[in-house]
Design a protein around this ligand. Sequence first.
Ligand SMILES: *Cc1c(COP(=O)(O)O)cnc(C)c1O
Length: 381
Amino acid sequence: MVSENLGSIYKELGATPIINAIGSVTMLGGSTPIPEVREAMALAGDSYIPLMELEEKAGAAIADMVGIPAAYITSGAGSALTLAAAAVMAGENDNLIEQLPDTTGMKNEILIQKRQRYWYDRCLEASGAKLVEFGSEEGTSADDLQNAINEKTAAVHFYMVEQEHDPNALSLEKTIQIAHDNDLPVLVDAAGQIYPLDLFGKYVKMGADFQCIAAKYMGASQSTGLAFGSEEMIRKISKQSFVGYEGRRIRGIGRPHKVDRQEMVGVVAAVKNWMTINHEERLADIENRSQKFINTLSDIPGISTTMINNIIGHQPFGVELRIDETITGMSAQKLVETLKEGDPPIWTRVRDGDDYIAIHMFGLKVGEEEIVAERIKELFI
Ligand SMILES: *Cc1c(COP(=O)(O)O)cnc(C)c1O
């Protein structure tokens, strides 16, 4: 429910809390921790626990729930990518583990389809790996991948977005087949591929050696994420992690990627919740709230709304809000700025390349969608 003293802990610092109508974005906080996660995190502070053991037990519990060989909790999906890239280069060789990010003498190239370059591929490079593109803007063929493989290739990366199927990309099936024929591991960024539940862990089940998940999308702290993979791959990742650094006294690159015990049990609680909640109810609720938002803004000249029907991935439904400037005298960008100047500030955005504001319920507390819709309505009537 919407509380009167929204974000008082931030106001004490002179910082201004906002209403987040954009969705799961890192710079605004990324996630709403669910009650199960908050409770687990509070309980974890009661005692100390060797973190090497907790990583192992928590990872095993998660792997068991998801039905995959192994899992590891990281400080975000971004960290999982960095640790995985280090793992495919250094393996279990302690000398190489301590040498990174200097990759001299190692296989250090990670192949990526040119048309799959994306915001987070930089996280792979933080290990010292070099990204090498294959294919073109127009498309990628099996030969493009086969021809790109050389003696420096350490892995092939794949960016998976099931809700935006790309027919011109080389498929993951083909990628796995060619990579494995060449004895190369496949890394998959599937950070948001958590629904329908058969997507959750799907790529490791298909044969990929690694996939990451962003726990921010499941109601855990946004500073947490997951590596899923083969037992061998997860063992290599554990050797790069901060607990490997402290516990084994072998200094991998993961020391700054610390995860605390509260966060670890929080991720376990988030996965448990995700595997057991009634997703039909979850979706119906978000669809209803999106529909309410649309209803409030119907019949305003120059404003049109469309339901976003996607339910795949981490952020279902939502509303595309379009503004005809010739009728309203206000552009979408101007509306974004005006909402930000209100009290409390409401954050929305027009993404690069879009001509509409995408509103998502993900970061809105129940009832806040009405506040946002009413605030917009007031500006135009
Ligand atoms: C959010 C996201 C990440 C980064 O995840 P963090 O947990 O924030 O580090 C990586 N890849 C994709 C596709 C994402 O959506």
